[in-house]
Design a protein around this ligand. Structure first.
Ligand SMILES: Cc1ncc(COP(=O)(O)O)c(C=O)c1O
Length: 393
């Protein structure tokens, strides 16, 4: 396995000279090749016109599909470009025709927006949402999932990594069960793309949603959707336009037969070209190397946090990734974020809807979330620890 040349990674990231960025689960710092591709594309649009640029940059735009297919180990015709992970997930989810009595199995860690969509559709169609319990490690209990499977289950939809913690749910074990039972499997891997080695064949998911701006280090307003070809043909998107479908008469249309049926005609083209560059950039580092470096930094941060009196680290699961969450009895999470910000360190606060079910079950309110990427350093982690210790004095 390759290792990350951290010095090179930092040289290629202008933002590291300005800030200690530990909010990669919010949005990462773009590396120079990605930022320059974005600015360059926009400048060409400014000088040539948007449609003309789309024509002259056709190869860079098409590269988004080729790079995504390589990233996930699928065909480029199974990839759609969508403006964020939520909409990508929605475009697939809302295409399912639920009937009264149908069941949707989901995770306790489910992302709030996904759950809102599930509740909306369950209310509309009389379907039932069932939360698969967690095991003693706080991750989805695979044996419990197996026991819940019956012929009323129409969809298994889980979050791979929740927004509010370091947990990595056992996605591939879920895939084995879903595939054996012939149940469609929708994986929200918004926090997984760019952070983990992901292979949709190994995982066995039929649908996967991801975002551009987080661990892939792409621009904001970009995302992707993978849909297995056999399912593409069965899912009619809830909304269609003349990119997704074509009129065949005044009263009929045909839908295209690839995953682009889930896309809009009008898109953030500059973002698409730049996201393609970001994916290639991640592939060049190697996803195994990226994952290993992130896990190592996060483990270091967790152990240093745990050693501080009054700090509780809240990450769950047997496998823990680059999202590190904690709280302090004496100081509110928002006050910690402000102190970090004053010291030029970016972290975020996890609260509210994003992890609602999980936080409610665990009696959590709001947590500080520090999320590392491969370009972060041990010195930056120590900086965070020093500021926190100062604040808790
Ligand atoms: C687990 C998870 N799913 C989905 C999303 C939504 O992603 P986006 O903001 O790109 O729609 C997030 C964002 O934080 C997330 O953490």
């Amino acid at each position: 396995m390759k290792t990350i040349d951290v010095e090179k990674a930092r040289k290629e990231t202008r933002g590291v000279d300005k800030v200690t960025h530990l909010n990669n689960a919010g949005s990462s710092l773009m590396p120079i090749p990605v930022a320059d591709a974005l600015y360059g594309y926009l400048q060409t649009e400014e000088m040539q016109g948007g449609y003309e640029t789309a024509a002259s940059e056709a190869a860079a735009l098409d590269n988004f599909y080729t790079a995504s297919a390589k990233l996930l180990n699928c065909s480029s015709s199974e990839i759609a470009y969508i403006e964020n992970a939520t909409r990508a997930w929605d475009m697939a989810f809302y295409s399912f025709n639920f009937k009264p009595g149908d069941k949707i199995l989901t995770s306790i860690a489910e992302y709030g927006s996904n759950l809102i969509a599930m509740i909306q559709q369950a209310n509309r169609f009389g379907a039932e949402i069932i939360f698969v319990p967690d095991d003693e490690h706080g991750q989805l209990d695979v044996a419990a999932l197996e026991n819940l499977i019956d012929d009323r289950v129409k969809l298994i939809a889980i979050s791979h990594i929740p927004t509010g913690g370091g947990l990595v749910n056992p996605a591939a074990a879920v895939g084995k069960l879903a595939n054996a039972a012939g149940i469609p499997y929708l994986l929200d891997s918004c926090q997984g793309v760019g952070q983990l080695h992901l292979d949709v064949q190994e995982i066995g998911c039929d649908i996967l949603s991801g975002t551009g701006r987080k661990f892939l280090r792409g621009p904001r307003g970009t995302g992707l959707l993978y849909v297995r070809q056999s399912l593409v043909e069965q899912l009619e998107p809830i909304m269609l336009d003349q990119h997704a479908a074509q009129l065949t008469s005044a009263t009929s249309y045909t839908i295209r037969d690839d995953a682009k049926r889930f896309e809009n005609w009008e898109q953030y083209f500059a973002g698409k070209a730049a996201l393609g560059v970001a994916i290639d950039y991640a592939l060049d580092w190697g996803l195994d190397a990226i994952q290993a470096r992130i896990y190592e930094l996060a483990a270091d941060l967790r152990s240093k946090l745990s050693a501080i009196d009054g700090v509780t680290v809240t990450d769950e699961g047997t496998e823990r990734c680059g999202l590190v969450t904690f709280y302090c009895q004496q100081v509110e999470a928002t006050a910690i974020k402000s102190a970090m910000s004053a010291a030029n360190i970016n972290v975020s606060v996890s609260s509210g809807s994003g992890s609602f079910v999980s936080f409610e079950k665990r009696g959590l309110d709001s947590l500080v979330r520090a999320s590392v990427h491969y370009y972060n350093t041990t010195a930056e982690i120590d900086q965070l620890i020093d500021v926190l210790k100062q604040q808790l004095k």
